[in-house]
Ligand binder design. Sequence first.
Ligand code: SF4
Length: 654
Amino acid sequence: MADDYPFLAADGPLATQIPGFAPRQAQLTMACAVDVAIANQRTLVVEAGTGTGKTFAYLAPLLVRGVRALVSTGTKALQEQLFHRDLPRIVKASGKPVKIALLKGRANYLCHYRLQIALDGTIRLDRQLLDQLTRIQQWLPRTDSGDLAELTALAEDSAVLPLVTSTVDNCLGRDCPFIGDCFVAKARAKARDAELVVVNHHLFLADLTLKDTGFGELIPQCDALVFDEAHQLPEIAANWFGETLSSRQLQELAEEVRQLVRTELKEQRQLALVAEALEQRLRDWRLAFAMDPTRGNWRQASQQPQIAAATALVAEAVTLFDNLIRAQIGHHKLLDQLAMRSVAHRELWQRLQQTSALGVSLWFETSRRHVMLHLTPLDVAERFGRHVSERAASWIFTSATLQVDGRFDHFSQQLGLGEPTTLALESPFDYPNQALLYVPRYLPEPGPQFRAHHLIDAALPLIEAAGGRSLLLFTSYRMMHEAAQLLLERCELPLLVQGEAPKRQLLSEFVATPGAVLLATASFWEGVDIPGDDLCCVVIDKLPFAAPDEPLIQARIEDCRRRGLDPFAAIQLPAAVLTLKQGAGRLIRDVSDRGVLMVCDNRLVNRPYGRIFMHSLPPMRRSREQAEAVALLQQIPRAVSLPNPEPVPDERTL
Ligand code: SF4
């Protein structure tokens, strides 16, 4: 394969668009491989280390060949960056009038119908929600897309969002009085018309599994499908290939029925009473579970007498409600729609009660007010692989973390990709000189004897040597909070702790606060991109093996044993290796970055499987000497001097 791709060359079209653009060999190699895969409708899996410039490496061949393409990202953040920053530049460089579209899930778009219901006064709202509704109402005439991300003043988890967005359940579709103005419908129409559509994995899988109606025709139209952050696909696919029903869905249905009776079908009082009884039984059902939000194995939980009794009462109420609402079909259009939802919920409820089903994990989780039941397939390979092999298109999967121990088997097998073409591209970073992997000596092995003070004793000298600028990644909330408390007592650097603010805000504060230390868990192990000297120390509390009591993991382990495989080698180890690679990848984000990755887990060097972790990490220099790590961190210049070291009272201590 010629590793030359003129579009991305030093004198190529992209270089004229982007000041300072320099060709990178790995990027050229990847572009050539993607080009060949498109030409031959092949499946290609590419691990491209951080800094290879993989985005342009897959976008360029798509545009140069002029194929209809779908690009799917793991996160909305990357989706936005791709659409608003990278795509416009490369499309301009291509000189072609390419139609592009950004398509998100319906929960991102304002729904005119739901907004009207929220404003008509039938739902009781507090002052804060009313303020937010007013803001949305004022923004409505100014937006073309209806994408609520434009309203930056609105928090990502604002309680107003479910009130003003639609779900598959409550969307009226063609019967909606606002269908002509509907933002969801417009975004989908634009996507159907586009030559290159940017979606995210959740939306792609919703489409693939036909769980959201109205645009299932997107995928068959594509000549090429590219998945960035593809390492997330197997987990997301398992969720979408599975089924979920929450007490909230049933409650919302019952509420809508009562509202309809109140406003239009006043003679249907019996239906309203049955709906009310269903709501009450759903509330009682939640009370049968532990007070604190939790998750667990539904097969086991459903045997507990208190839960079994409450579940039986809900089952009875679901059946009665469904029988009654179905008896009214044909009297009112909206009631007909609600009846269809009721039928679907009842059928799903019954599937979720079949606890002897094979090949799936049945699990539950509770929030403060609701219970969710999940049915997740243990293996998505057969189903996902079928979609790949049935479509005459090129499928391209890329990420910085796909290989385990230098092999792609784990990823390819999870998605049933058969024997794809694979390509591993090393990062252009000079890891031996830019980074040090430090595994401290004398720490207890992870387990009950390993406490937060062990971790902080070992990490504090590095954090202080770095002058803050540290990211501490934890595998549990408990350890994170204990470590935060100790740091609060023992160091004067500004602390940021996950949960105090949304992720995006915490990351902005981290960069804006000289000498900050950020403590976080799962969602920060990836998607954190802080190039430069603002971050030079990443501390990982232990090897990120998934908790074996997680119901889904438990079920996969059992399934693996039944098939005669070793669950540790087949499931737990590869998953932990990929997670560690993600966490480690937060440290070096640019050619001039330097820093220390500290992994507080002796198993990395003491256990035979430690070799697999080591072999999968970037080739950083290694050390067990604290002095070496401290010396390196002290050398990394600080862009801004630290704030006054006088102790500042922190409100969390008051
Ligand atoms: S069609 Fe559905 S999403 Fe669109 S405005 Fe109506 S209810 Fe909302």
